[in-house]
Design a protein around this ligand. Structure first.
Ligand code: 5GP
Ligand code: ZN
Length: 111
């Protein structure tokens, strides 16, 4: 947890461009955008992987997705968006703190 980039960002120990924050999570711009708009929603609680989530953690993650789904306008995503959670090595997860990628602002490639 001490070496976690996203915990450091949450604590203000590392800089970020923050678009939103509440008691549950924050939304920042991804440092290496893969689409015209590429944001990351970061739960405040440190949990490395979705397969390690507690019942409460799962419920909180669901609540966060629910909130994101009502933020299209303020995030500039009125024409649609894609949410991605990378889990583990095969998915290419590089930061061991659960986060949701929010991609949009243009027509995204199919995959
Ligand atoms: P993952 O590959 O773990 O699903 O996603 C990690 C994401 O965090 C990547 O898209 C990467 O660009 C982003 N990232 C890594 N370090 C930083 C950072 O210091 N600041 C911000 N804003 N994004 C970061
Ligand atoms: Zn963390």
């Amino acid at each position: 947890m001490e070496d976690c980039i996203f915990c450091k960002i949450r604590l203000g120990e590392l800089p970020s461009t923050k678009l939103y924050e509440d008691d549950d999570f924050m939304i920042i711009k991804d440092i290496n955008p893969q689409a015209k708009i590429h944001l990351i929603a970061i739960p405040k609680e440190h949990a490395p992987y979705i397969d390690m989530l507690t019942k409460e953690g799962s419920e909180r993650l669901g609540k966060i997705i629910g909130k994101i789904s009502h933020m299209q306008e303020e995030l500039g995503l009125t024409n649609g968006y894609r949410l991605i959670i990378n889990q583990g090595e095969d998915a290419g997860q590089t930061v061991g703190h659960i986060h949701i990628h929010i991609l949009g602002g243009e027509k995204l490639k199919e995959f």
